[in-house]
Design a protein around this ligand. Structure first.
Ligand code: CMC
Length: 428
């Protein structure tokens, strides 16, 4: 007998079906509630609402589990390959050798930007925020690939996905070069995804950037750790925009804007700025913890806390271990890592953080790793976006392919003034 929830509303009793997910999660299906009762549910910030069924990513926030298409995140740490993970997320299974090779070729074929497009970087101020450039430029891809605005078959979908995933790193690197007034470095078709990004960021004319395998692997891992995280703020944005049948470029550009926020992807920048403030002596770690607990102070301990994880974020665990491994191997030292460890230790024994179950999240250690690669702080959130792009694309596709999906259009409870009359300007 399928489980049902019983809702008593006035003198009415309503039976609501219970949906059970692969891992036993239960959700009360209220999709017919308003039609049958005229009543809506109230869940500001959607903390208790599943907005879709999804087969892409599984998170158990209580246990600190994250899986991509059923595969635990820890299994992607040994031989990191971001393109394989991107394909897995988007197409639902690990690619064969031929499929991966074909996808890589498509990426290589699409790594250049249209020259007209390239000139647009000159029109933005040198100090423009890279996330603003990224979202504008992703949106503009729609002008240059109008044949991909409506994706009717798998072939054109794969083409659009490959273009986005390939060009995002060219756009990211060009916006960084623009900020320094340096010449743009064209992508090198011989290089793999991450190596090519590092080359476009750091080579200079007639002097190729030397790629260290440890750095390339670490960047691969950073991208993998960010690749999808089910219905987070930016992914939900991509889904909302996509639900109106807006194109993939527009949906991903909108997701970049959401990611920019300091409570979401922008937190990786805030973490480093917080650690730097401590390092420069502006504040002690103890004072920083005190400020984060003070409800009259808007400051939060960035890189801590999560809507879903009430345990250590498994991505933070992996990135922390990777920092230590890479730093030891390259004999690299960064005092910000010591400060981060100290802050973490202080927070994890403080009753405020313990009671609220606030642990380090993915942003706490990612910036320290990106710094070690020479990536400047204002490009951190852009790196998050490059990593998250396959997730946005996968989620957009899942919704696009679902014949039952409808435009996402929440309800509200109106609490404004009751009906009134317009007063002419002369009488006000
Ligand atoms: N520092 C201090 N207090 C915190 C923090 C923090 N980082 N995070 C949560 N709290 C407190 C919060 O004030 C609230 O306290 P109270 O119950 O007394 O009102 C309680 O913990 C529950 O927090 P919440 O704001 O209701 O939690 P949320 O699920 O709405 O927000 C969050 C989640 C990630 C926005 C929040 O934890 C936060 O602002 N963290 C800092 C920013 C950050 O690191 N963001 C990156 C998130 S992970 C990657 C990503 O998704 O981009």
């Amino acid at each position: 007998m399928p489980e049902k929830a019983i809702l008593k509303l006035g003198d009415k009793t309503i039976e609501l079906p219970v949906i059970i997910g692969t891992e036993g999660e239960r959700g009360i299906d209220i999709s017919r509630l308003r039609d049958e009762t005229g009543v809506v549910t109230y869940d500001p910030s959607l903390g208790n609402t599943a907005v879709c069924k999804s087969a892409i990513t599984f998170i158990d926030g209580e246990k600190g589990i994250l899986r991509y298409r059923g595969i635990p995140i820890e299994q992607f740490t040994e031989k990191p390959n971001f393109m394989e993970v991107a394909w897995l997320l988007i197409f639902g299974r690990l690619p064969s050798k031929e499929e991966l090779a074909r996808f890589r070729d498509r990426l290589t074929d699409n790594e250049l930007l249209h020259e007209g497009f390239r000139h647009q970087f000159q029109s933005v101020p040198v100090d423009a925020p890279p996330m603003a450039i990224l979202s504008a430029m992703l949106s503009q891809l729609a002008c240059f690939h109008q044949e991909l605005l409506s994706l009717q078959d798998e072939e054109s979908f794969e083409d659009a996905a490959a273009r986005l995933i390939s060009k995002v790193r060219t756009i990211a690197a060009f916006s960084y070069r623009r900020s320094l007034g340096l010449p743009f470095i064209y992508p090198d078709p011989k290089l793999r995804y991450c190596a090519n990004f590092l080359h476009m960021m750091f080579s200079i004319p007639y002097q190729q950037y030397i790629i260290t395998p440890e750095i390339e692997d670490a960047l691969n891992l950073v991208f993998i750790m960010h690749a999808d995280h089910e219905q987070n703020c930016s992914t939900s944005t991509a889904r909302v925009v996509g639900s109106a049948k807006a194109n993939l470029f527009a949906s991903c550009a909108a997701a970049v804007c959401a990611l920019w926020g300091p409570l979401h992807g922008g937190a990786n920048v805030e973490v480093i700025e917080m650690l730097e403030r401590i390092h420069k002596g502006g504040v002690t770690p103890e004072e920083c913890i005190r400020q984060a607990k003070d409800k009259s102070n808007p400051f939060r301990l960035f890189g801590f806390g999560h809507r879903v994880y009430k345990n250590y974020d498994p991505r933070a665990k992996i990135l922390k271990a990777t920092c230590e491994k890479v730093f030891a191997k390259l004999h690299h030292k960064d005092e910000l890592l010591d400060i981060a460890r100290k802050l973490e230790a202080l927070a994890l024994k403080d009753s405020y953080f313990v009671e609220r179950r606030l642990y380090p999240n993915v942003d706490f250690y990612s910036g320290i790793l990106l710094r070690a690669m020479g990536i400047p702080t204002n490009v951190f959130t852009v790196c998050f976006a490059i990593g998250r792009l396959p997730g946005w694309i996968a989620q957009w596709k899942e919704q696009h392919d679902d014949p039952t999906s409808r435009i996402l259009r929440p309800r509200q409870i109106y609490v404004g003034p009751p009906q009134g009359d317009y007063v002419p300007l002369s009488k006000r």
